[in-house]
Design a protein around this ligand. Structure first.
Ligand SMILES: *Cc1c(COP(=O)(O)O)cnc(C)c1O
Length: 376
C-alpha cells in the first residue's frame, strides 16, 4: 500500500526530543522553542514569531488580536479548512465567503471588494497548496478600506510571493505543523507570525493565559498577573524539539518534495495536454513548497471511479474540503456573496496524490503509470 501521507522525519528529532525530556524544562518556551523562534525570525524577517500547539489556535489568537466582535464580518474563501472560519466564529463574527479562482483554488481577489460592508473587519486569504494568493491586490484593497489581513499560511512554509515569505505580507500570519504539513512538531503544531508591531505585546499576553508572564521572565516586571483576555496557547518543549529537528533540514525536505512534485507534473503532463486533467497553475510571482500535488478530473463521478481504481491498486489518494458554505455550520455562521461559479464545481473534481518527504521514485512511477492506465 502506498499511503497518502507519512509524517516527515529526518533523523535528529529523536535526539532533540530526548534532550528536551531529560532537561529541567519540558513546559513551553524553553530552549527548543527559543531555537525555533530564532529560526523563524531569521528566515521570515517578521516582528515576532510565537509557536502555538496548532494552527487553529494561531488563528484564534489572531482573531482576538484584531479585536473581532459579534457582528463583525470576515471575508475568506469557502474552499478551506474549517479552522479558518471557526477562529472568527468563536468571537461572534459572521463569515463572508467569496468565490475562488479555478487556476489556484485561492480566493478570487477581484471579488473581495464587492463583499465589503461597514461591518467588514478583515480579509483572510488562504494560500492553498502553498501557492500564494494575489497579495498585492489584497493588501491594496485592505489598505483602502482599513481592514486587517490575516494570512492562513497553514500550508505555506518555505513558499514566497514576489520573493516575500508567505505569512509575512499581511498584518498576521498563521502556519500549521500538523503531521500532514511539510514540517511537523511531532503531530500537532502551529505558529503565529506578527508583522504589525502594534500586536506584539498583546499577542504574548494572550498566549500566556492573559498574563504578563513573558515580561516577568524577561525581568521587565517584578510579578506577573492577569492583565487581559487569553488562553493557554503554548506548545510544550517536546513539540518544539521535534520541530527543531525538521527546521535544521528545512531545505532538504523542501527540495525532496519539489522533486516529487516535478516528477508527477512531468510524467502526468500528457493527460493535461490531452485536456483530461488539470494541474494547479503556479503564477510566475510565486515560488511554492510542493505542499500538495493535486489534479482536477472531469467531474465528481470520474473522481469516484479514479479513487476506487487507485485503491484497487494499493494507492491511497484523497480529496478534501467540502465547501464550508454548504456544510451544516455554514448555514448558521456564514453567507456566500456573489455566485458560486467555481468553489463547488472545482472542489468536486480535485484529487490529491501521495506526497511526503522520502516518497520513492518507484512509488511515484507506479502511481503515475496506474493513472495513465486508467485513462488509456
Ligand atoms: C491544516 C490547516 C489548518 C489547521 O491547522 P492545525 O494545525 O491542524 O490546526 C488551517 N488552515 C488550513 C488551510 C490548513 O490546511
Amino acid at each position: 500500500m502506498i499511503v497518502f501521507n507519512k509524517p516527515p522525519y529526518t533523523g535528529n528529532e529523536e535526539k532533540y526530543v530526548l534532550s528536551a525530556m531529560r532537561s529541567d524544562k519540558i513546559a513551553g518556551d524553553g530552549k527548543f522553542t527559543g531555537l525555533c523562534h530564532q529560526w523563524f525570525n531569521d528566515k521570515l524577517g517578521c516582528a515576532k514569531s510565537l509557536l502555538t500547539p496548532n494552527c487553529t489556535q494561531a488563528l484564534e489568537i489572531a482573531a482576538i488580536l484584531i479585536g473581532t466582535e459579534p457582528g463583525d464580518e470576515i471575508i475568506m474563501p469557502s474552499y478551506t479548512f474549517v479552522s479558518t472560519a471557526n477562529a472568527f466564529v468563536l468571537r461572534g463574527a459572521k463569515i463572508i465567503f467569496v468565490d475562488i479562482r479555478p487556476d489556484t483554488m485561492n480566493i478570487d481577489e477581484m471579488l473581495i471588494e464587492q463583499a465589503i460592508t461597514t461591518k467588514t473587519k478583515a480579509i483572510v486569504p488562504v494560500h492553498y497548496a502553498g501557492v500564494a494568493c494575489e497579495m498585492d491586490t489584497i493588501m491594496d484593497i485592505a489598505n483602502r478600506h482599513s481592514l486587517y489581513v490575516i494570512e492562513d499560511a497553514a500550508q505555506g512554509m518555505m513558499s514566497t510571493y514576489k520573493g516575500k515569505p508567505l505569512g509575512t505580507i499581511g498584518h498576521l500570519g498563521a502556519f500549521s505543523f500538523h503531521e500532514t504539513k511539510n514540517y511537523t512538531s511531532g503531530g500537532e503544531g502551529g505558529l503565529l507570525i506578527i508583522n504589525d508591531v502594534q500586536f506584539v505585546k498583546r499577542a504574548e499576553i494572550i498566549r500566556e493565559k492573559g498574563t504578563n508572564r513573558s515580561q516577568f521572565f524577561r525581568g521587565m516586571v517584578d510579578k506577573y498577573s492577569w492583565v487581559d483576555l487569553g488562553s493557554s496557547y503554548l506548545p510544550c518543549e517536546l513539540q518544539a524539539a521535534y520541530l527543531w529537528g525538521q527546521l535544521e533540514k528545512a531545505d532538504v525536505i523542501n527540495s525532496s518534495r519539489l522533486n516529487a512534485w516535478n516528477f508527477y507534473f512531468q510524467m502526468l503532463s500528457p493527460l493535461q495536454q490531452k485536456g483530461l486533467v488539470k494541474f494547479s497553475t503556479i503564477p510566475s510571482e510565486c515560488s511554492h513548497n510542493a505542499h500538495m500535488f493535486y489534479m482536477k478530473v472531469k467531474d465528481i463521478n470520474e473522481r469516484t471511479e479514479l479513487l476506487a481504481y487507485l485503491e484497487s491498486k494499493d494507492i491511497s489518494a484523497v480529496f478534501h474540503y467540502i465547501p464550508l458554505h454548504s456544510a451544516i455550520a455554514g448555514n448558521k455562521y456564514s453567507k456566500f456573496i456573489g455566485d458560486d461559479k467555481f468553489t463547488t464545481r472545482e472542489s468536486e473534481c480535485l484529487i490529491r496524490l501521495p506526497l511526503w518527504f522520502g516518497i520513492e521514485e518507484v512509488m511515484l512511477k507506479h502511481i503515475c503509470t496506474t493513472i495513465l492506465d486508467f485513462y488509456a
